[in-house]
Design a protein around this ligand. Sequence first.
Ligand code: SAM
Length: 259
Amino acid sequence: MNETLQMSEQATPEFDGYASSYDTLLEDPMRGAFARDPLHFHRRKWLLIQRLLSKAGVEPSSLRWLDAGCGRGELLNLAGANFKQAIGCDPSAGMLSSCPFFAVHQQKSPFELPFRDASVDLVTAVCVYHHVPEEARALLLSEMKRVLAPGGLCCIIEHNPWNPVTQAIVQRCPVDADASLLTASSASGLLRVVGFEPLSTAYFLYLPESLFNRLSLLERFLVRVPLGGQYAILARRAGDSSYSDGMRRTRVISGKQCH
Ligand SMILES: C[S@@+](CC[C@H](N)C(=O)[O-])C[C@H]1O[C@@H](n2cnc3c(N)ncnc32)[C@H](O)[C@@H]1O
């Protein structure tokens, strides 16, 4: 592991410094004008995840879901009951402490997920990767692949750097001081490198909350236009030839609690 990654391993999780005043830190007039209720952003993500799963022919009720980098667990709280099992993890104990969802675990290392090989069917990472150092992204994604069962699905949701409003909000948000946004094509490239097959990419968050409630169909026509405020990529674990080797080894993360 290189020096930067070693330093990230040892550092106090960045979000511990934001957790106690998280809502205040996220306040922004443009964000507030887009959605008065901050939960709107989580609801939009859940709607989109449902649509992407349905397009892939998968029922949430058949899936064990892990939300990696779940933060305060709003998405888990909103959607968890629809899955066979829903769990979360995050390196920041501060963020997890205000999580109303009980099945969450702290990641002792930012680059290791505290779960067994092949133990979930869907893993999501929502607005996580722009906080992960570029040189560590493949490492974290390999972990997401490791915990997925054969044929399992991965969904990455990220800010879209092509959207000027997103750029403006990110540039002045204290929580995003370290952010390095990734385009959907670079996220897809990363997924491929690690051994995922991207199935679909959808851009969303074009319309503010007030218009979306009346014109949601319009956003459906725009899913392929790469200008939405955020995007989601659904990918499947490609070729599982290494899976049987992995199962034979049945790796238990050394010295860490594994669920
Ligand atoms: C912007 S918050 C998003 C939280 C949540 N997913 C949501 O959508 O509200 C980013 C989260 O990513 C977490 N994070 C940062 N680096 C991570 C890593 N290497 N592995 C997992 N989570 C990480 C942070 O602790 C923080 O809770």
